[in-house]
Structures are given as C-alpha cells and as structure tokens.
Write a new protein. Structure first.
Ligand SMILES: Cc1cc2nc3c(=O)[nH]c(=O)nc-3n(C[C@H](O)[C@H](O)[C@H](O)COP(=O)(O)OP(=O)(O)OC[C@H]3O[C@@H](n4cnc5c(N)ncnc54)[C@H](O)[C@@H]3O)c2cc1C
Length: 395
C-alpha cells in the first residue's frame, strides 16, 4: 500500500501541472505518488478548455479524443457591438478536459507513478525546516507519507505553498473571478473563438464563447477583483449576457473559480518543496490560459528533481533554485511581458475599445491580424505608446 511506502516525490493535486510533473519525473526514474482530493481526475472541469496547437504539441500530439473543436478564426465584439473577425495564424483547440486530464494521469501511471484519488492532503511534514512529506485523509483514515520532494500542484486555492512558508497571496486586481456555463441548444460556428470586450460584459477581463461543436459552447467570463468588489457578481454579468444572447439555451454545467492573472511567484520553492501550475501563478496573465504553462512548470520542476536525485544533491532551497531558473528561461520573460500587456489593456475604457474596433473594421479582412489590431490600438490611444515602450523595454 502506498501509505506504507517512502517516495522520491509526492505531488499534491492531479491537474495538468501535477500529472505532467509525475509523468516526466517517473520517466526519469523517480518514484512518484500523486494525491488528488477529488473522486475523479479531470472533474469538475473549471476551465474554458482552450489551448493553442503549439502549447499542446509541446507535450503531446493532439489525440482526436481530446478535441471538441478546432479553431482557426477569431471574432471580437466591441462594446458598441462592432464585430471584427480574422483568421488565426496558429490554430487552437477546445479540449474535453475530462478526457485530457484523465489521460495525462493515465500516462503518468504508465510511466510508473502511483495516482490516488479521494486523498485529501491537509498538512506538510516538516523536519528541521525541511519539507519531507504530507499528512492527509484517505477514505476517512488519516495518513502520513514521506518523500524527498513535495510538489504543490494544488491549483489556484493552493495551501501547500502557505504551509511551506511561501508568500502566495494575490493582489485583488490580479485575481480574476471566473464563471462559466456549458450551454446547449444554440447555434455557434465550431471553428471560431468569440470574445466580448466591454466593461458592461466583463469589467477588467473578457467574456468568451468557446464552441464545443456547432450546438454547444463554454460561455464564461473573468472579471478583475478590482471590479468584483463593486458588488455585481460574475454570475450576474454572465446571466445578463446569456439572457441577451442565448435566451433559450439549456445550461448543462456551471463552474466558478479564481484565475490568478499575476506575475509568477517570486519564490516558487522552499526547502524540500516546489510549487507548479496555478499554485505558482503560472497562468498567462493576458489570456488567463494556464493549461500549457502549468504543464511547462511541471516539466521544469520534474527535470530539477531528476537532476538533483541523480547528482545526490539535497533538495534545499538553494539547489531547487535551478527550477526557478528553468522556468524563467522557458516562460519567465514572456510571462512578465504578458503581465505588462494586461496592465496596459486594463486601462482601456469602452470608448477606447469602440475606437479600436472601428479602426480595425475599416481594414480589409485579409490584412487583419493581432499585430495590426495592436498597432491600431496604439494609433487610437497614443498614451498606450508609453505602455508599449515599457512593455518592450521592461522599464
Ligand atoms: C472559469 C475558468 C476558465 C478557464 N479557462 C481556461 C482556458 O480556456 N484555457 C486555459 O489554458 N486555462 C483556463 N483556465 C485556467 C486553467 O483551468 C488552470 O490554469 C489549469 O487547470 C491549472 O492547472 P493546475 O494543474 O495548476 O491546477 P488544477 O487544474 O486546478 O489542478 C489542481 C488539483 O489539485 C487538487 N487539490 C487541491 N487541493 C488539494 C489537496 N489539499 N489535496 C489533494 N488534492 C488537492 C484539485 O482538486 C485539482 O484537481 C480557466 C480557469 C477558470 C477558473
């Protein structure tokens, strides 16, 4: 039984970041235990399920069973309801995360990891300031398991980091309150991402319609915590939109959750502990997408664990620093840039958005692109130039 064993690594959380860690670390020869509190890996799905082809292909060839829609076009709707459409340079997908997450856990198990569901972790074992295991409950029985490395992959509500003494708080303005309904009995184009940008639909964020075939979609929104405190809930914003756009729809699921659109944690490691995925704030702050970046952090942390184990080095904070370096090399610089773009966009009011949409609507469709959109945004709001300069210089 896993409760009686000692492992090289214990992963808290069976989302994409945790199971990617488990797959890579197991393949590298480490013994890995993944503890997931929920009954099923991949459920409930708290996600719009969008991923780029590039982001997915970095890890796996797309399996047709994971893909609900293939996206090659984008439609943006401005506050004055001007619609702007163009083709995407890179295709994207709407995944079925119930199958995708499940398969990631399956792949980790195939490499030798032990995955346990209904295993709730409620504390860390810390000896001489070094994290060396976890405590929890499994089927109403308490357990304690020890390992050289503990991985906090416990998502946006992560407590593992705090238990390990890391500063994981998110500023209100950098925490989006997300809500999503999967609706059916509608008509959508299965190849198109739709975004609605307006303070009236999603202040400080955006509203998305991600098709799951032609008759169903994930419709959701994220609003900045800065606006959430004004009292109108994300749920109310979404209900008003659905009443306006799809009054006859059936609602098949409703999920809510926070999205940390923040800089990555300054410190992602402590003695014996690494944080990955949402727990380390690896979500792309501009888009709110965290599947592929979470997997990337899981991979980087696993490579660090393999290197330290093979070189017989202790998992001290100083040695684990190589994980932070790997992350910075893979995504860190880009992440900072996305954060600054988000900060610049946050300053747009509805009039700015209308002017930008009208500007791009006047451009011939074949000449439209995200870059063109950005240059029009700068032309329509020259003060954005300062932000753009900051963006590229990091000043
Ligand atoms: C409404 C919404 C829409 C989104 N849309 C998109 C999108 O379209 N595209 C995209 O890329 N990203 C999207 N995201 C973000 C994306 O869902 C996350 O970034 C991604 O799931 C992060 O993966 P993770 O493995 O870090 O965490 P998670 O997927 O959250 O997994 C964490 C796991 O840890 C488990 N856990 C937590 N605490 C414990 C504990 N104490 N003991 C044991 N297990 C525990 C949880 O049950 C969970 O299974 C969205 C998020 C929200 C809220």
């Amino acid at each position: 039984m896993w409760q009686q064993k000692q492992f090289d690594c214990i992963v808290v959380g069976g989302g994409p970041a945790g199971t990617t860690f488990a797959q890579v670390a197991s393949r590298g020869g480490l013994s890995v235990l993944v503890l997931e509190k929920d009954r099923d890996i991949g459920m409930p799905v708290r996600c719009g399920e969008a991923i780029s082809d590039k982001g997915l292909r970095y890890f796996h060839d797309p399996d047709p069973r994971w893909i609900q829609s293939t996206i090659d076009r984008i439609k943006l709707t401005a506050p004055n309801e001007t619609e702007v459409e163009f083709d995407l340079n890179d295709i994207g997908y709407i995944l079925d995360r119930r199958i995708f997450d499940y398969d990631l856990a399956h792949m980790a198990a195939q490499e030798g990891a032990i995955v346990v569901t209904k295993a709730y972790v409620n504390g860390l074992i810390i000896d001489n300031d070094m994290v060396c295991g976890v405590k929890g409950n499994y089927l109403n029985s308490p357990f304690e398991v020890r390992a050289k490395f503990v991985i906090g992959a416990d998502g946006v509500e992560s407590r593992v980091g705090r238990w390990g003494g890391l500063r994981t708080q998110v500023k209100l303005k950098d925490m989006e309150s997300g809500i999503q309904k999967t609706i059916s009995g509608i008509e959508v184009q299965s190849n198109k991402f739709e975004f609605y940008l307006s303070r009236k639909w999603a202040p400080g964020g955006y509203l998305w319609v991600f098709p799951k075939g032609n008759n169903s979609a994930n419709v959701g929104l994220g609003i900045s915590g800065y606006y959430a405190k004004e009292g109108k809930s994300a749920q109310k914003f979404l209900d008003e939109f659905l009443q306006w756009k799809y009054p006859e729809c059936s609602v098949l699921t409703t999920v809510a959750g926070g999205v940390p659109v923040d800089k990555t944690l300054k410190c992602m490691v402590a003695d014996g502990l690494m944080l990955v995925g949402d727990a380390a704030h690896t979500v792309n702050p501009m888009t709110g997408g965290g599947i592929s970046s979470g997997m990337m952090s899981g991979m980087a942390a696993a490579e660090t664990a393999i290197e330290l184990s093979h070189n017989k080095k202790e998992p001290t904070r100083a040695n684990l620093n190589s994980y932070e370096k790997k992350w910075t090399k893979l995504r860190g610089k880009k992440h900072e840039k996305y954060y600054r773009i988000k900060e610049a966009i946050f300053k747009f009011d509805d009039d700015d958005l209308n002017r930008i949409a009208d500007g791009i609507a006047a451009v011939k469709e074949e000449d439209r692109s995200l870059l063109k959109l950005f240059s029009i945004a700068v032309a329509k709001k020259p003060s954005l130039l300062i932000d753009v300069v900051r963006l590229f210089t990091g000043l």
